[in-house]
Design a protein around this ligand. Structure first.
Ligand code: ADP
Ligand code: MG
Length: 729
């Protein structure tokens, strides 16, 4: 094995940056060329079909079967001209990543000749034999069929020689088996609820979109080194490795100049993203060595999320052209920063008004405050649900672990907004306001754009931060499908806005003027959601105490957090709004519990194997050398001299023995613990058992291995070390 490590290091010395050729000098020349977008549709579809698709997109409906044939044939023609030979429904099962099953266009024609065919039926719906995807018991084997149906709101695109059609994935009985289906429902719920509230301010608003701008963090590791780390290959993170003398303490990587090889990777990734219509815009080094970030311009959330999933896939493929592997795991290396995926989230109307951005006049600002205050309340009332939507086995190494954001949900508003809200809560009375009082309030609100203009407040420790014209859900993990957190957030926001409207309408019905009714309801919402607002240091221990006093929850165990999906509050948010049925929700939790359990199981098996088959033999070999050395010393020296010279070496032999014995014993115990857990019937209990009984061994065993790494001859150590993984590029 040490051979592999040194071979990898040798290979690295000869690496050169791969040249990348731009398709054209301007990105706009090739932007979206692989997407069957409105522009392409207008060229390849007849007028009627084009119109039908446009209506379906605007209304969020599916298209008529008859039109589907025309659309399919236009789509096929477009795709074949660009080299496509196959098509696939592209969907998001409850595993990580996306799924696809390719079928050729090639088929028998009516007269037995081979033809290229793609019908409306195949475009609109498919029954992939996808019975191996997790369904949480929804698909019993006798009804194992799930089917995929075209999501018209996300355009088809070409990857390689395959036409990909974004679809939802549902069971034969109509239940969601994917992340996209409930997400679309949640987006539509928030649309409806937000339109109703936005109409207080502008009667002509007909639609409210959710916007998402994600920031994807990742690590790059040279392929050769990656191949020499079985833990990275199998578990996605290093299960051992002593920290490097230098890592991120000098902060010299963050925003530094981008290394040449990495820069070429980024350029190719951008070209390929742009051809696929993914509007990536920003690239930079992140805090940890070999950590980077890519971010697009925000888009409508469903499309933005499809683009993020597509990008994650693209990153891996493009990286290999440059002899890199992309690590999307939230915490590939202990002791240094992990990777998140900030979800920049806002709502905007069909009139182009961003509802989380200050307006141009007092009315616009009152609308802005309405949405900000309701967003804060939505987070307050769904803290456990929001956490459940992002706390996975990998993200648990970030949330509430050594490095934050913590597992406590809180909202950072910046001091100016905080002052404004406190001021409003103080000034607004439940009595009828005098004209003077009203003017004073409105004037105060009128100053909002100015105060936000020089609001440079940023808080890196907040899991959910207001950043001027949007909220940034920063606790989301780098490997997460954003649909999960945004489904929870949108559902909570929809419910909150509905309640807000109910309260305002009740006041109006009792004779209170509209603007006063809004003011009074805003005050109520501010007061009730006060505990979630926190502008201080979210990483501090004082915050943990303070949060507990405020009644905020702090859950770091994944299975425990997942059970919160099923409490009365979450069911109210997700089920009463019609976004998921209880059965769907239960099935989802079952799948997530199983995923958690299996990831720990995989880590545990991998660590056991590496410990016993790689580390222990290496340590024994080194120890044997030491023993031979000590025996040699005894042969040539007097007893007195020997005792002096060999003392330290004998001590070392003992220390190594101690670690070897500990590793062996603990691996054995861990295996026994797994065996006990494996016979547990209930998926939930099994997940809890794995968390409590197996997971702690991972750190325990690692401790001894990392100590050995410091002791054993460098020439013999089989796995690339942290300094090699983090500083080679
Ligand atoms: P920062 O690094 O300061 O957080 P970036 O410039 O990297 O900010 O932007 C983060 C993301 O936020 C980008 O995708 C950007 O398009 C997106 N964004 C900006 N304004 C909004 C908005 N109103 N709603 C949603 N996303 C937004
Ligand atoms: Mg950001």
């Amino acid at each position: 094995m040490a051979k592999l490590r040194f071979q990898a290091l040798g290979e690295l010395m000869n690496r050169e940056a791969k040249e990348v050729v731009f398709p054209s000098a301007k990105a706009t020349d090739y932007y979206g060329e692989l997407v069957f977008n409105m522009d392409a549709m207008s060229k390849y579809l007849g007028k009627d079909a084009y119109k039908a698709v446009k209506v379906a997109i605007d209304k969020g409906e599916s298209i008529d079967r008859k039109v589907a044939d025309t659309v399919a044939s236009g789509m096929k023609a477009w795709a074949m001209e660009r080299g496509a030979t196959h098509y696939t429904h592209w969907f998001q099962p409850l595993t990580d990543g996306t799924a696809e099953k390719h079928d050729g266009f090639l088929d028998y024609g009516d007269n037995g000749h081979m033809i290229e065919s793609f019908s409306g039926k195949l475009l609109a719906q498919q029954e992939p034999d996808a019975s191996s995807f997790p369904s949480g018991g929804i698909r019993q084997t006798f009804e194992a069929r799930g089917y995929t149906a075209w999501d018209v709101s996300s355009p088809a695109f070409i990857v390689g020689t395959t036409l990909c059609i974004p679809t939802v994935f549902i069971s034969y009985t109509g239940e969601a088996l994917d992340y996209k289906t409930p997400f679309l429902k949640a987006l539509s719920a928030v649309d409806k609820a937000a339109v109703a509230v936005a109409q207080y301010f502008d009667k002509d608003v007909r639609k409210v979109h959710t916007n998402l701008g994600w920031e994807q963090e990742y690590f790059l590791i040279d392929t050769a080194l990656y191949q020499a780390r079985p833990d990275l290959i199998v578990a996605g993170r290093t299960l051992m490795g002593h920290s490097s003398a230098k890592d991120q303490q000098l902060d010299d990587h963050y925003f530094g100049s981008i290394p040449e090889r990495v820069s070429k990777f980024m350029i190719e990734l951008e070209i390929e993203s742009h051809r696929l219509g993914i509007p990536v815009k920003t690239r930079h080094n992140e805090v940890a060595p070999n950590q980077f970030e890519v971010a697009p311009i925000f888009e409508e959330a469903n499309l933005a999320n499809d683009h993020n999933l597509l990008l994650m896939d693209l990153m891996k493929r493009v990286a290999r052209h440059h002899k890199f592997e992309v690590l999307l795991h939230e915490k590939p290396f202990a002791g240094i920063n992990g990777s998140g995926k900030h979800n920049n989230w806002s709502l905007s109307t069909d009139k182009g008004v961003v509802l989380m951005a200050p307006g141009k006049n007092p009315k616009g600002n009152l609308q802005f405050l309405t949405f900000v205050v309701n967003a804060i309340a939505a987070v307050y009332k769904s803290q456990d649900l929001l956490r459940a939507s992002i706390l996975t086995s990998s993200n648990s190494h970030r949330l509430g672990a050594n490095e934050a954001p913590p597992a406590i949900l809180s909202v950072f508003t910046g001091s100016q907004i905080a002052d404004t809200l406190d001021n409003l809560a103080e000034k607004i009375t439940d009595q009828k306001m005098t004209p003077d009082e009203k003017t004073a309030l409105k004037l105060g609100i009128g100053r909002i754009p100015e105060i936000l203009l020089d609001n440079t407040d940023r808080n890196r420790t907040s899991p959910f931060a207001f950043t001027g014209n949007r909220f940034e859900f920063r606790a989301v993990g780098s490997s997460t499908n954003c649909a999960a957190p945004l489904t929870a957030l949108s559902a909570a926001m929809a419910l909150q806005l509905e309640e807000f409207k109910k309260d305002v309408d009740a006041l109006i019905a009792s004779g209170v003027k509209k603007d006063e009714a809004i003011f009074q309801t805003i005050k109520k919402v501010i007061l009730e959601s006060n505990p979630i607002r926190f502008n201080g240091d979210g990483y501090s221990d004082e915050w943990k105490e303070e949060a507990a006093k405020r009644g905020l929850t702090n859950i770091t165990s994944v299975p425990e957090s997942l059970t919160k999906y099923l409490d009365a509050n979450s069911k109210k948010i997700l089920c009463e709004t019609g976004i998921m049925t209880e059965r769907e929700l239960e099935a989802r939790v079952e799948v997530e519990m199983e995923k958690f359990m299996m990831k720990i199981q995989i880590e545990s098996r991998t660590l056991g194997d590496l410990a016993i088959n790689h580390i222990v033999p290496t340590a024994v070999a080194y120890q044997t050398q030491l023993i031979q050395n000590v025996q040699g010393i005894r042969d040539i020296f007097s007893e007195k001299e020997f005792n002096e010279i060999a003392a330290a070496r004998k001590e070392l032999i003992k220390t190594i023995s101690g670690h070897i014995s500990a590793i062996k014993a603990k691996v054995k115990d861990m295996t026994e613990a797994r065996k006990k857990c494996n016979v547990i019937e209930s998926g939930e209990e099994k997940a809890f058992a794995y968390d409590k009984e197996v997971r702690p061994y991972l750190d325990d065993i690692r401790y001894h291995i990392d100590k050995l790494e410091l002791t054993v001859d460098n020439e013999m150590w089989p796995l690339p070390k942290y300094r090699e993984l983090l500083f080679s590029r």
